[in-house]
Design a binder for this molecule. Sequence first.
Ligand code: PRP
Length: 208
Amino acid sequence: MKNNIVLALTKGRILKESLPLLANAGVEPAEPIDTTRKLLLETNHEDIKLAILRGVDVPTYVKYGVADLGIVGKDILLEYGSDGFYEAVDLGIACCRLVTAGIPNMVPDVGTLRVATKFVNITRDYFGRKGRQIDIVKLYGALELAPLMDLSDVIVDLVDTGNTLRANGLIPFEEILEISSRLIVNKTSIRQKTPFLLPFIDSLEKSV
Ligand code: PRP
């Protein structure tokens, strides 16, 4: 009997770095993932399909159980919560840091700080713990532009190589979190499909 497992993957860098781990665990997409516009892909494994999603949507698919498993950044889990699924494995891929950053010598020491970010909850929590008053400017991308155009004093954003910050004359100030991608598992799936899922999760963990 087929297990009909769906694994939700985050498109972009996480997808790219997930593929070698999946290949080590014996799972490969049935068609080239770079060129296809398909969002639900067959694999070489008759039991497993891959759903290709925006990171922010991966927890929703896994929470509702339409995907049994997901691979998603820890930033998304912290920002949007982890209800309805277990965080099973730290896959150690797509590593980066969540930092505050801005233009050197242009950040006020006192008073309300204007912070541009897509990570509203993490940012509120971080500055709340520091006791600093902030106004959040919610953006969806290209955050580095905000201080340059005086939309904000600082940004809270992910940094990998630091190239985007440097190219825009910004520097990192404080590290808020180290981020990596996690394997998440729907709570019902793990109970109902244990004989298939446990060995699969185990082999993914071993391929890390
Ligand atoms: C991410 C992040 C930074 C950049 C950091 O943006 O938000 O802008 O990558 O990478 P780096 O330190 O290696 O330069 P992404 O490319 O995902 O696009 P976005 O701005 O739309 O979020």
